[in-house]
Design a protein around this ligand. Structure first.
Ligand code: SF4
Ligand code: FES
Length: 256
């Protein structure tokens, strides 16, 4: 198949960017979208031009490195699918495709389709971990976890930190990502000692990173490649409110 691409090209964070037209010829329907870009890049390199920069690693939909807008939709037209798992058979011969980086103040463009997502790392560093001693593996097996809680914790833990939720949200909110992390740890016994402190710290950090507030639009859930549900945002808000009340009542950090 042959395609027309319009790709955002930007040399650096400070340089102006623009859409550039490319022709992708002889593309197999079995290729992933990233493999199609590889073909375009090989042609660019052969002509002595700069290849299109994009992030990727596993190419199996599990690492969270890849991601950009395809025709205005984060990760493109297939639900529950990262761009590395999006195959060209979902496009038509002759299609014209617009490819742009995530757009959010908290995710500045580094080059072309690559954005800086270290704001997510700082939200995790603020509290997205368990620091209490949980013992060895046999100890973990001796702590019963209700099946429903374990399943919901695993569903939330599926978040790969790709940033599509932020990119698609009109408010550039990180609520789905932050809620997934808070839900994952907050549903497990090992996550209880720090549960309230975690909610306060992670939500505060998301605000410091200039992500917007959630207004329940739901675009995040619609494009999330791991199909994280909006209910994680409700859990995050509940944990945050409870922690805020405790903190206000005790003058502490909500750790009680
Ligand atoms: S919640 Fe979904 S869209 Fe957002 S970072 Fe996690 S996996 Fe990506
Ligand atoms: S490259 Fe790892 S999820 Fe796409």
């Amino acid at each position: 198949m042959n395609l027309i691409l319009h790709v955002w090209r930007q040399k650096s964070a400070d340089a102006p960017g623009r859409m550039v037209r490319y022709e992708a010829r002889g593309i197999s329907t079995h290729m992933s979208f990233l493999e199609m870009l590889d073909v375009v890049n090989e042609e660019l390199i052969a002509k002595g031009e700069e290849p299109i920069a994009f992030d990727h690693d596993c190419r199996e939909g599990i690492c969270g490195m890849c991601g950009f807008m395809i025709n205005g939709v984060a990760h493109g037209p297939r639900r529950g699918t990262t761009v590395c798992q999006l195959h060209m058979r979902y496009f038509q011969d002759g299609d014209e495709i617009y490819v742009e980086p995530w757009r959010a103040r908290a995710f500045p463009v580094i080059r072309d389709l690559v954005v800086d997502r270290s704001a997510f790392d700082r939200i995790i560093a603020a509290g997205g971990y368990v620091s209490v001693s949980t013992g060895s593996a046999p100890d973990a097996n001796s702590i019963p976890v209700p099946k429903e809680d374990a399943d919901r914790a695993m569903d939330a833990a599926a978040c790969i930190g790709c940033g599509a939720c932020v990119a698609m949200c009109p408010n550039a909110s990180a609520a789905l990502f932050t809620g997934a992390k808070i839900t994952h740890l907050g549903l497990l016994p090992q996550g209880q000692p720090e549960r309230r402190r975690r909610a306060l710290a992670m939500v505060a950090q998301a605000g410091r990173e200039l992500f917007g507030s959630c207004t329940n639009i739901g675009e995040c859930e619609a494009v999330c490649p791991k199909e994280i549900k909006l209910e994680v945002i409700a859990r995050m808000n509940r944990d945050f409110l409870r922690a805020s009340w405790t903190s206000r009542d005790t003058g502490g950090d909500g750790a009680r």
